[in-house]
Design a protein around this ligand. Structure first.
Ligand SMILES: Nc1ncnc2c1ncn2[C@@H]1O[C@H](COP(=O)(O)OP(=O)(O)O)[C@@H](O)[C@H]1O
Ligand SMILES: [Mg+2]
Length: 192
């Protein structure tokens, strides 16, 4: 299974979503974002940073990886988008961000139609508006704003693993169920 997380914009939750998936399903992370301090969060052995002048490595078919792609133009990215089972496209929900995401989707659609959009950092009641404004044929799944994404880095565990007690589960609110829906949507494209 190969998953890419991509949007041309930074700060939309690509790394947060990639990290949570990698921790939950024990995926390797491959990133062209040389500055990101992954080694602070997960053991370095499961993270491969690809330098700007390097080729992305060939990954055998049975390997499970998530590509956390930096939010900028990179000539190596189209090949990755074509090669993966599915591309997750997180967006935050301000109108100008949604417009940027629509442009990103047009770009990604040149290489694949296996796309899941994640309406990230949602506040309660916002999803319908965002879904309507996005006007995309691809599935759009909600992911609320949650403190869990900060805790994940602190505790080095995925959010689902952190929410083991009923108290913590309620603290994370709907996010646990939303992450489950996202996992299920990903599983339509391959085995996690
Ligand atoms: N659903 C969320 N709820 C709360 N914080 C989030 C959520 N998604 C991302 N974040 C936080 O927003 C910031 C930017 O996210 P990040 O994953 O680094 O974005 P990107 O990789 O797209 O640049 C980080 O501090 C991250 O922890
Ligand atoms: Mg990032």
């Amino acid at each position: 299974m190969k998953i890419a997380v991509f949007n041309i914009k930074g700060g939309v939750g690509k790394t947060a979503i990639a990290l949570n998936l990698a921790m939950k399903y024990n995926l390797g992370i491959i990133s062209n974002d040389a500055l990101y301090p992954y080694e602070n969060f997960i053991p370095e052995k499961s993270v491969l940073k690809v330098e700007p002048d390097e080729k992305f490595p060939d990954i055998p078919g049975n390997f499970k990886v998530v590509y956390d792609l930096g939010g900028y133009s990179d000539a190596r990215v189209p090949d990755i988008l074509e090669a993966v089972n599915v591309v997750l496209v997180p967006t935050t929900c301000k109108d100008d961000q949604i417009e940027i995401t629509q442009k990103a989707l047009e770009n990604i659609e040149q290489y694949t139609d296996k796309i899941i959009v994640i309406a990230n950092c949602l506040k309660p009641g916002e999803f319908f508006r965002v879904q309507k404004k996005l006007k995309t044929p691809h599935p759009v799944l909600p992911l609320n704003h949650s403190r869990g994404f900060e805790r994940l880095k602190e505790h080095k565990k995925c959010i689902q693993e952190l929410a083991i007690t009923p108290l913590l589960k309620s603290a994370y609110g709907p996010v646990i169920g939303q992450l489950l829906e996202i996992d299920n949507a990903i599983k339509e494209f391959g085995e996690l």
